[in-house]
Every structure is written in structure tokens, then in C-alpha cells.
Write a protein of this length. Structure first.
Length: 359
């Protein structure tokens, strides 16, 4: 248990008529307004979050259920977002597969035993029992589902196979993704063997999240900005699609969302993906995205996170423009995560602006 007192009462307590609006929107159903949540909504921009981040290392926060639950709930309690996403990391399943990591403050993830050979790939452990291999996950999600049931929606997430593989090979953040791209270019068969292993493992990890209470599953392709269109089609898209297809086979009612950071340059190639919604980065207009997607594809995004560093008037204008350009079948979000310098009042203004617009 943490030494910081954790609130027990939830502000949104009681049945909420908007409780499932996010799920319904991601399924493409008609909703009365555009639902809103933010990527990285639980983060260092919040004073309450800092009480924990200044005291506990990242993995202790994300792997200690009472802390992870509290951090997951903070943005919902504070801003009334339409979904709670569990506080975790896309790399969280890696230790169960034999790849350990730490989060270096100010620098990000550091893989302590990166993949350097075919033998390393062959040594990756399968995800055969997620509840035993990632033992804290079920308690976090089941507790969050209990806290949010009939009040708001619970979002689970994974990193896409290519992104997780790239992290494993590069050993952490990489400016050019040189090792992984060379592997794909010089030894594509070995790269595909690794991607298949991660696809199998991440499918199990995603399904376990749903079985523990997640109502939506988002797939983060965080490293797609390193890939050309052809490379993304060859080494990223098919494996993310396989996760989505296998998840939907086992849990057909769960909407799956795909977000490719930097992937808006080949947005047209995402339109036939086997997911329920496409989340879009901030580098294209929502007007362009809707033109590419057509009227029936559910889209999410895509306000520039830097807008939240500006005045409230600009936030309201950006929210209004994005929602109007989406023309329905849309979930409002940023086009990337909330930055740590963002004022809490700006996040509140973002959510408030969205909820004030009726469809």
C-alpha cells in the first residue's frame, strides 16, 4: 500500500446517462454529443499526479494496484472525461516475456536486455497465462471497472507489435529506429518471426484486459512515424490487424481503436484495417481525415496538444472546428498525449467545450 492517502469517494458516483457514450460512439452508434477523453490524461500536468510521481518510480506506480487505480481515476474525477484509461505503459507486458525495462525520468523507457540476435527472439516467452505473468493487471482493471460501472467507460490498451518489437530491438527511444529498420530490410524473415511472437503475446494481453473489465481496447502504434508507407504496410499494419481480428473473434462487442503516431501521411492505407475506429495524429486536419475516411468510418482525435498551452478561446475554437469537421461518428481527443506543461484549467476547458456542443 502507498503512504499517500488515496481518495475513496468518486465524484461521478451514481448512475450516469452518459456512462456508455464512449463505447457507443466507437461502435458507430448515434450519440447526442461528441464524447471526449485525452491520451496521456493521467500525467505529470496534474498536481495530484505529481504527489505520486515525485515519490514513486514509474513501475512502482503502474504495478502497485492501489496507486495505479488512483492515478487512472484522477482525470475523470477532476475533468469529467468520458473514459478512464488504466495507468500503465505499452511496455508493461515485456518483463513477462523475458525483456526487462525501466523508465528513466526525463528520458523515457530503457530496455535492460535488448534483442540483439535470432536466439534472443527465440527466447521470448509466450503469454500463456496473463493473470500469473502480469499478476497486478487483473486487480487494477477489475477494481477500475467496479469504480466506473454505470458511470463511465473503461479503456484498455496495448502497444502494437511493431512498436513493441522496435523498442525491444532499439533498447529505448531512438531518433532513427536504425536497428529495427535494418533488421526489416536485411533479415525480413527474422523480423517477421519476432513480430509474430509479439502478435500472439499482445493478443493474449489485450484479451485478458477485456476479460478483466476493459470495454474499449486501443492499439498504440507509437513508432509509425519512423516508417515509410511501404514499410508500415509490410511490417506494422498486418500485425496490428491480426491482434484486432483475433480480439474481435473472442470479444466481438468490444470496439478496437488504432492510433498511428505520425501515420496520418498514409491515412488512406489505414481505412481497410479491421478495427472499429481510427485515431488520428494532429498533423492533418479533421476535414482532410473525414474526406479520406468517408462518412461511415469512426474517427478519433485530433487537436494539437500545443493548443492546450494557449488561451481558452483558442481551445474552444479548436474543439469546435474539430467536431464540426468530423461531421459525426467521432470521438474528440488530442492528436498525441497531454504535455506535462499543460495547465489543468486547459484540460478542463477542452472537456467543457466538447460537452457544450450538441450534435
Amino acid at each position: 500500500m502507498s503512504e499517500i492517502e488515496i481518495p475513496k469517494k468518486i465524484i461521478g458516483e451514481g448512475v450516469n446517462g452518459d456512462a456508455d457514450i464512449l463505447v457507443r460512439a466507437f461502435k458507430g452508434e448515434k450519440v447526442e454529443r461528441t464524447p471526449v477523453w485525452l491520451m496521456r490524461q493521467a500525467g505529470r500536468y496534474m498536481a495530484d499526479f505529481k504527489k505520486y510521481s515525485e515519490k514513486y518510480a514509474f513501475r512502482e506506480r503502474s504495478e502497485t494496484p492501489d496507486i495505479a487505480i488512483e492515478l487512472s481515476l484522477q482525470p475523470w474525477r477532476s475533468f469529467g472525461v468520458d473514459g478512464v484509461i488504466m495507468f500503465s505503459d505499452i511496455l508493461t507486458p515485456l518483463p513477462a516475456m523475458g525483456i526487462d525495462f525501466t523508465i528513466v525520468p526525463g528520458k523515457g523507457p530503457k530496455i535492460t536486455n535488448p534483442i540483439r540476435s535470432k536466439a534472443d527472439i527465440e527466447a521470448l516467452k509466450p503469454m500463456h497465462d496473463v493473470s500469473a505473468q502480469v499478476p497486478f493487471l487483473s486487480e487494477i482493471l477489475k477494481s477500475l471497472r467496479h469504480e466506473t460501472d454505470k458511470k463511465t467507460s473503461l479503456i484498455g490498451f496495448i502497444g502494437a507489435p511493431f512498436t513493441i518489437a522496435a523498442y525491444s530491438v532499439e533498447g529505448g527511444h531512438s531518433k532513427l529506429c536504425t536497428r529495427m529498420k535494418r533488421l526489416c530490410l536485411e533479415e525480413p524473415e527474422i523480423a517477421r518471426m519476432m513480430l509474430e511472437k509479439y502478435t500472439d503475446a499482445l493478443t493474449e494481453y489485450a484479451c485478458h484486459q477485456v476479460e478483466c473489465g476493459a470495454q474499449i481496447l486501443q492499439i498504440f502504434e507509437s513508432w509509425s512515424h519512423h516508417l515509410s508507407e511501404e514499410q508500415w504496410v509490410a511490417f506494422a499494419k498486418p500485425y496490428a490487424d491480426r491482434v484486432a481480428v483475433r480480439l474481435k473473434e473472442r470479444h466481438p462487442d468490444i470496439p478496437v481503436v488504432y492510433f498511428a503516431n505520425g501515420g496520418s501521411v498514409y491515412l488512406h492505407r489505414q481505412m481497410d484495417m479491421k478495427v472499429d475506429a481510427i485515431s488520428i495524429d494532429w498533423k492533418v486536419s479533421m476535414e482532410h481525415a473525414r474526406h479520406v475516411a468517408g462518412p461511415d468510418r469512426v474517427l478519433a482525435g485530433n487537436v494539437d496538444p500545443m493548443v492546450l498551452l494557449g488561451p481558452e478561446k483558442g481551445i474552444t475554437e479548436a474543439v469546435t472546428r474539430c467536431i464540426e469537421q468530423a461531421k459525426g461518428k467521432h470521438v474528440l481527443n488530442l492528436g498525441h498525449g497531454v504535455e506535462k506543461e499543460t495547465p489543468e484549467s486547459s484540460v478542463a476547458a477542452f472537456v467543457r467545450a466538447a460537452k457544450n456542443i450538441s450534435l
